[in-house]
Design a protein around this ligand. Structure first.
Ligand SMILES: [Zn+2]
Ligand SMILES: [Zn+2]
Length: 330
């Protein structure tokens, strides 16, 4: 099969399109014929070497939409022929203290798709059967793929922020994840303010119905109940904090921040304001979000790239050149 490969020794950013052996499902796994795979910023961290290599060779990609074409003998579900999704959480041990406490997103021994195990920039991929999600027919491949990480983890960020229906919520940064989160907030009757760099992103936020749109560090006209930051910049977290009412929460949806700047405790954090990070996702987050996305017909803006041009897709995300998401089609 054809696949995009990241080799540990290659220079940052390089992937190779090569013909490799088709994978076979091991115990507990299914084999998927990949229909589409969304490009996530975390793929860049893998391909650019910002996350240390866990393997000599890996196929990146962790927003996989595929058809089940084979199953290991011990697998009962999903059915052969089912269209399913696979996300960043490729598996957990199920036995560590975090898993035992129902916090599998914080598992001590997680396995990540497209990092610890082969991902979806390929014609075929295997996945743990219990880490696949059935997909409703309402959304086509290219428009459901970006829901699988950008969507699910953005949804988790809204949960971590503790958003209640009808609240005023700020989204700081407006890319693949935020443009989906905005639509979830609208479904919950929230008033959404968007602060982001770049006039094109601001126009996109206005088009999707944000009630106020401003520059990255600009303060919305009224205090926010909650905020979610998507930009990997500590200054943005402080700007979000400065926009909050007492008792408000900032959830940071970023796996990496450039730095955390010093800020004034008395005026910014006192008054029971909170800053929380958002780490990974649980399978329940995935199921709840995908059900909501199908019901609300969440619209994703997706730009498609054939597998041979996966490098261009990554470059477009790296250069912030797209509205919405990039999707690789094998
Ligand atoms: Zn665990
Ligand atoms: Zn991701």
């Amino acid at each position: 099969m054809k696949a995009a490969l990241r080799l540990a020794g290659d220079e940052p950013g390089r992937i190779r399109i090569e013909t490799v052996e088709e994978p076979r499902p091991h115990a507990g796994e299914v084999l998927l014929r990949v229909r589409a795979c969304g490009v996530c910023r975390t793929d860049l961290h893998v391909v650019d070497g910002e996350l240390p290599s866990h393997r000599e060779r890996v196929v990146p990609g962790h927003q996989i939409v595929g058809d089940v074409v084979a199953r290991a003998p011990d697998v009962r579900a999903p059915e052969i022929g089912a269209r399913v999704g696979v996300s960043w959480m490729g598996g957990v041990d199920g036995t560590c203290p975090q898993c035992a406490a129902g916090r599998e997103n914080l598992c001590d021994a997680p396995v990540f798709t497209g990092y610890d195990r082969e991902g979806g920039y390929a014609e075929f991929a295997t996945a743990r059967a219990d880490f696949t999600y059935p997909l409703a027919e309402a959304l086509d491949d290219a428009h459901v793929a970006p829901l699988l990480c950008a969507g699910i983890i953005g949804f988790r960020a809204l949960r971590v922020a503790g958003i209640e229906p009808g609240e005023r919520v700020g989204l700081f940064g407006f890319g693949a994840s935020a443009h989906i989160a905005l639509q979830v907030l609208q479904a919950w009757g929230c008033d959404v303010c968007v602060a982001t760099r770049g006039e094109r992103h601001r126009a996109f936020a206005r088009e999707l119905g944000a009630s106020w749109v401003g520059d990255a560090l600009e303060r919305p006209p009224a205090q926010l109940d909650r905020a979610v930051t998507f930009a990997p910049a500590g200054d943005v977290v402080v700007a979000a904090l400065a926009s909050l009412r007492k008792g408000g929460v900032v959830a940071i949806n970023a796996i990496h921040l450039d730095r955390m700047p010093q800020f004034d405790y008395d005026s910014l954090l006192w008054g029971e304001r909170q800053i929380r990070s958002v780490a990974n996702m649980t399978r329940q987050d995935a199921r709840d979000f995908l059900a909501l996305a199908a019901k609300e017909r969440v619209r994703v803006r997706a730009t498609e790239f054939p597998l041979e041009r996966a490098s261009e897709a990554l470059a477009a995300v790296r250069g912030d050149a797209l509205d919405g998401s990039a999707v690789v089609l094998p």
